[in-house]
Design a protein around this ligand. Structure first.
Ligand code: SF4
Ligand code: SF4
Length: 470
């Protein structure tokens, strides 16, 4: 049995102003009785304003779990909770304000956030929110939960695999096996197009190394101080410039190329060139445009090892023709997966998927739809206080003071976030009775799609009513 993968989390608060759903404020009528310090188990209320232990300090809103107990118990009604204006404005139709608060909390302590007042939101929504996993095995939590006896592996394998083995008449293996790389979580970081402060970039690379996963970076963004973690970096290199980047390609475990029509034709030659330099995996990055599954199939048939399908950051396909409703990420992945299954090449190629992976549960859901693993970027930036606005266009606003954060703080916040996501992945897999992450791939039989049950339940009913003559 492989060694249990453990992510070392550590409480790492950030002294940056971030958003909260409700801001707790202490009014002038507070008599400093200290009752709220006793009733709040999350230590939101503390003494020590201006260094004076007699006075109550400003509430630490970020730790509040919305149980309302302090408000009910304050003898002077001095505490007030109000919806934060920044909270209402952040994000957009996909990146909901609640996600920011959740990701921020997860980066702070690495734990799965608990909502004191329970979940009161809708139980369905667009994209991954319209998909539920079959948790029927949850009835055996002590046996199968994340602290249970049975080992649950979240590792996945990257690389090309053989469909079948061929032996010669002397029973000697004729098939040429391909190198593969195992990573312990089905998540890699993808920062090819983001302009980041040097400390943030260094922190991301260190986090990828600590987690034993990868970060995808443009070759130009790799600096000499990253040399120690080079095995955890996947550089994106123009495929025509492999010769000029020979040393870099030799030093890494995988290299990525952006897809274009010419690469598609010359892929076998490009892969051969890379293999001459070393045991290096190749990744083709392709935007999730309409019918991307046809291109993915061609790439798989011409020997691609790993194909990274990149959807829009809001969880839809990219560049939909005018007026057409864009396909949702989960439907793009399903189309890619099923196309490869139909053509009997699914097991040969690794599908890495990114675009709209915003919360921990999106990882297993993307895998259930057919991805082997996922790539993320925005959640890691939210972990260090970055705000995202969807309208009028994607705007990332880095927190003031982020460029002065220590690399260790950036790293630990991202490790914490992944620790929280890893715990949730284990919970989902344990509850589904799945022991290996790679078995999640394409397991749509273990998921319920809202639109399908809605159509099954009410579709016929409404169809009938339309034809009823009055
Ligand atoms: S319980 Fe109310 S009055 Fe007492 S310290 Fe807290 S806020 Fe002030
Ligand atoms: S609402 Fe609950 S969690 Fe929040 S500060 Fe008051 S007692 Fe603490």
């Amino acid at each position: 049995m492989p060694k249990k993968y453990h992510i070392e989390t550590k409480i790492t608060p950030l002294e940056l102003d971030f958003i909260y759903k409700f801001r707790i404020e202490r009014g002038e009528n507070c008599i400093n009785c200290g009752k709220c310090t006793k009733v709040c188990i999350y230590e939101v209320h503390r003494r020590g304003r201006d260094g004076d232990p007699r006075k109550m300090a400003q509430p630490g809103t970020v730790s509040c779990r919305n149980c309302f107990r302090c408000i009910q118990e304050c003898p002077r009604g001095a505490l007030e909770k109000s919806l934060d204006r920044d909270f209402l404005n952040i994000g957009g139709s996909y990146w909901k304000p609640d996600m920011f608060v959740t990701l921020w909390k997860q980066a702070e302590d690495g734990k799965v956030p608990v909502t004191g007042a329970g979940y009161r939101g809708p139980f369905t929504g667009p994209g991954f929110d319209g998909m539920w996993t079959d948790m029927s095995e949850i009835v055996r939590p002590t046996r199968d939960g994340i602290h249970g006896r049975e080992y649950i592996s979240t590792s996945v394998e990257l690389g090309r695999k053989l469909n079948h083995l061929v032996f010669d008449e002397n029973a000697q293996l004729v098939s040429k096996t391909h190198p593969t790389v195992d990573i312990p979580i089905p998540i890699v970081f993808d920062f090819v197009h983001e302009k980041l402060a040097p400390n943030v970039k260094a922190g991301i690379v260190k986090a990828a190394a600590k987690l034993n996963t990868f970060v995808v970076l443009s070759a130009n963004d790799i600096t000499p101080d990253m040399k120690g973690d080079i095995k955890n970096i996947i550089p994106v290199v123009p495929y025509k410039d492999i010769d000029a980047n020979q040393d870099l390609v030799r030093s890494v475990r995988a290299v990525a190329f952006e897809h274009d029509g010419e690469l598609e034709k010359s892929l076998p030659a490009v892969i051969e060139k890379v293999k001459k330099l070393g045991n290096v995996l190749t990744i083709v990055r392709i935007p999730a445009t309409r019918s991307v599954e046809d291109t993915v199939l061609k790439l798989a048939q011409t020997g691609a090892e790993i194909i990274h399908v990149i959807a829009d950051y809001r969880g839809t396909e990219i560049n939909t023709a005018g007026g057409e409703k864009p396909l949702l990420s989960r439907d793009v992945i399903r189309a890619v997966h099923l196309k490869l299954v139909d053509e009997r090449v699914r097991d040969e190629v690794t599908i890495l998927f990114s675009g709209g992976i915003a919360m921990a549960e999106h990882v297993p859901k993307a895998m259930i739809c057919g991805a082997d693993l996922t790539a993320i970027d925005i959640p890691l930036l939210i972990a260090i206080g970055t705000r995202l606005y969807e309208e009028p266009e994607k705007i990332l606003v880095f927190a003031e003071g982020v460029e002065s954060l220590s690399v260790n703080t950036v790293t630990q916040r991202m490790v914490n976030l992944m620790g929280a996501w890893h715990s949730q992945l284990l919970e989902v897999m344990g509850a589904m009775g799945i022991r290996e992450a790679r078995r999640l791939r394409g397991e749509t039989g273990r998921a319920i799609f809202y639109e399908e049950i809605d159509a099954d339940t009410f579709g016929k009913l409404f169809k009938k009513s339309e034809t009823v003559s009055l």
